[in-house]
Design a protein. Structure first.
Length: 201
């Protein structure tokens, strides 16, 4: 009887260890697909009513709209005059919108842009020897820095702190790799920290 219970327990746990990650992955993908549709909705609203009613693939349409709009904006920004106009719109209108600067910096970090200084992966060194993965948001002239201490598995939610730059150790890692480690509850942190260039701010 005991061996039967042991067999049942080990079989059940083995199945759970396989099933739970698959469920979490499914939920994550579902949330991402919903986000894509939400982001594409303002673009779809620019088309005449009923344009996409016969197409029963909202995610596919959303991806096509986002990619197409990004390509068109990229082409227009290649023009110097349009680039200046876009800069003026950003300074006078978009720059006044809440979260615009933060979302722009985050987007640049996700695509690997180097010119934006926000959301740089780093380690926060504590006096007791512990380290936390953080994002450096901006540096201050007085030797301090604003950082985001994320709460795993929420890669971009956490507490904002202003700390001394001497406690910060920059990571030679991309924002995508860092957010992936955080969303996986720290799995892969060995490789992430192994990329550390041992330079402090």
């Amino acid at each position: 009887m005991r061996s039967l219970l042991e067999f049942f327990k080990t079989t059940l746990l083995g199945g759970l260890f396989v099933l739970l990650p698959l469920i979490l992955l499914y939920l994550l993908l579902a949330e991402m697909l919903q986000l894509v549709v939400v982001l594409a909705t303002p673009i779809a609203d620019l088309f005449p009513a009923g344009t996409f009613d016969r197409i029963n693939a909202p995610v596919l349409i959303a991806v096509i709209l986002i990619v197409g709009a990004s390509f068109i904006f990229g082409l227009t920004l290649r023009s110097m005059s349009l680039r200046r106009f876009g800069g003026w719109i950003e300074r006078t209108v978009l720059g006044r919108l809440p979260l615009y600067a933060a979302v722009k910096s985050l987007s640049r970090g996700l695509i690997g842009a180097k010119e934006d200084a926000a959301f740089r992966p780093a380690l926060l060194n504590s006096p007791d020897g512990e380290q936390e993965i953080i994002y450096v948001i901006e540096e201050h002239a007085d030797g301090r820095a604003t950082v985001l201490v994320p709460w795993a598995p929420a890669s971009f939610a956490g507490s904002v702190k202003i700390i001394s730059r001497e406690r910060i150790e920059m990571l030679d890692a991309s924002l995508v790799d860092t957010s992936r480690v955080l969303s996986h509850w720290g799995m892969g942190a060995v490789e992430l920290v192994g990329k550390d260039d041992d330079t402090s701010m």
